[in-house]
Ligand binder design. Structure first.
Ligand code: HAM
Length: 413
């Protein structure tokens, strides 16, 4: 049927691809919990105005990437392009605004109408963590440690770049400086491009466009505009990272694409992904909660691109545990009874109860080709004698075991 197609940039996920995604998600989940972060789930749909007020009117996301629509009540809604704004909105609307430090994480799909390419989709999955209520550089270090622990658990080599955007006044004077600097090059750009650069001059700093890059080569970077306190804060973060032996590079051109950042910003990149090599991005957003109508609480967080990491991890153990075949349909109930008992008694054991009609020789072949480590075929004889012949498909060895021995043996598999 012609109109039954997947939407561009929103692929179906199955087989190994989904397995890879699950591995990344599981690692994120375990690591978030090990840092005592609590899960938060917010809706996939929010008011578009939430992102206009947070991610920023002049950001690429709002300018051209939001999936927006009016609902039946003519409210302008959108599919969430990121998770931070929704979480902050939820903290405000649920009154979760006391002085305690709060540590939340989320996992889920995000949507951006970008040009699809390797590592860039229109529906993609993020895992994010947000630490709210702590202003000091201790929280910068905690969040960066959390991010790098996930990458290390996934055994992925990374580079970490870090920068410090000023808060309020310094950031505003830097923007003003860049706008002025740009004026000298007005005639080099089409009006549309020039006004986009004027609207969001910070973005121009880390532009990939060769011409823009060249023009900004001689521009001052943000560090020239930072106050002494801000410089000190950045130094403190840097020194703590060194003490914790976390390798990083300072990239004074790193500004990130969302408008809510203040202070520390960082990005983790990896090899093997081509141009879309950023796997984690984050930073401080000390003004956002207040600007959205909440209390004046500082915060820092990051989000990780699950799809991107899924592409480059190595799947280690692909073997599944046990294939239970049956001699005929008469023994299938007993085979299912044994399968259920083993699953119940042994945590995490993967058991396939064969449900088809193939003969025993074909069942053995299937067990092999489907990557099972052990196989046993169950019939009336096994039921009567309570004795099972378990074959190891990797080394070819065989063992005859009763039900209790079978549980013991597979437990230590
Ligand atoms: P972001 O840098 O826009 O930050 O996205 C974070 C990560 O999501 C990126 O580094 C990338 O791995 C992944 N990602 C983004 N767009 C796509 C896409 N189209 N396809 C595949 N993966 C993608 C944020 O979203 C902020 N909310 C992070 C944050 C949290 N800052 C503070 N707290």
């Amino acid at each position: 049927m012609k109109d039954l197609k997947t939407i561009r940039g929103m692929p179906d996920l199955y087989d190994e691809e989904v397995e890879r995604i699950s591995i990344v998600e599981k690692t994120c989940l375990e690591t978030f919990k090990s840092f005592n972060f609590q899960e938060f789930r917010t809706p996939i749909i929010e008011n578009k105005s939430l992102f206009q007020r947070s991610v920023g009117e002049s950001s690429d996301i709002i300018q051209k990437e939001v999936y927006e629509f009016e609902d039946r009540n003519a409210e302008l809604l959108c599919l969430r392009p990121e998770g931070t704004a929704g979480l902050v909105r939820a903290l405000i609307t649920n009154g979760l605004m006391n002085d305690e430090i709060k540590k939340f994480f989320y996992l889920g799909p995000m949507f951006r109408y970008e040009r699809p390419q390797k590592g860039r989709k229109r529906q993609f999955f993020q895992a994010g963590a947000e630490l709210i209520g702590e202003e000091s550089t201790k929280s910068d270090v905690e969040i960066i440690s959390l991010a790098k622990t996930i990458l290390e658990k996934l055994e992925i080599k990374y580079s970490l770049e870090i920068n410090y955007l000023g808060k309020d006044e310094s950031l505003n004077s830097y923007r003003a400086y860049l706008r002025k600097y740009l004026q000298k090059f007005k005639d080099d750009f089409e009006d549309k491009v020039y006004s986009r650069l004027q609207r969001n001059p910070l973005r121009a700093i880390d532009s990939k466009d060769v011409k823009i890059k060249k023009i900004f080569e001689d521009a001052k970077d943000i560090s020239a505009f930072l106050t002494n306190d801000e410089k000190e804060s950045f130094d403190k973060t840097i020194n703590s990272l060194k003490e914790l032996k976390i390798k990083f590079e300072i990239n004074k051109k790193l500004v990130r694409g969302l408008d809510y950042y203040t202070g520390t910003v960082f990005e983790f990149t990896v090899d093997g992904l081509g141009s879309q090599n950023a796997v984690i991005g984050g930073g401080r957003y000390d003004n956002l909660i207040k600007e959205l109508g909440g209390r004046d609480l500082p915060a820092i967080g990051f989000a990780l691109g699950i799809d991107r990491l899924a592409e480059i991890i190595e799947i280690k153990d692909k073997t599944k545990d046990l294939f239970i075949g049956s001699i005929s349909d008469d023994s299938i109930n007993f085979a299912q009874y044994i399968g259920n008992k083993l699953r119940q008694d042994i945590n995490g054991l993967v058991v396939e109860n064969y449900l088809g009609n193939a003969n025993v020789a074909k069942q053995l072949k299937k067990a092999n080709s489907q990557g099972f480590k052990f196989v046993m075929i169950v019939g009336q004889e096994e039921q009567k004698t309570n004795s099972f012949k378990l074959k190891n498909l990797i080394d070819g060895s065989e063992k005859t075991l009763n039900e209790i021995e079978l549980v013991e043996f597979l437990n230590g598999r």
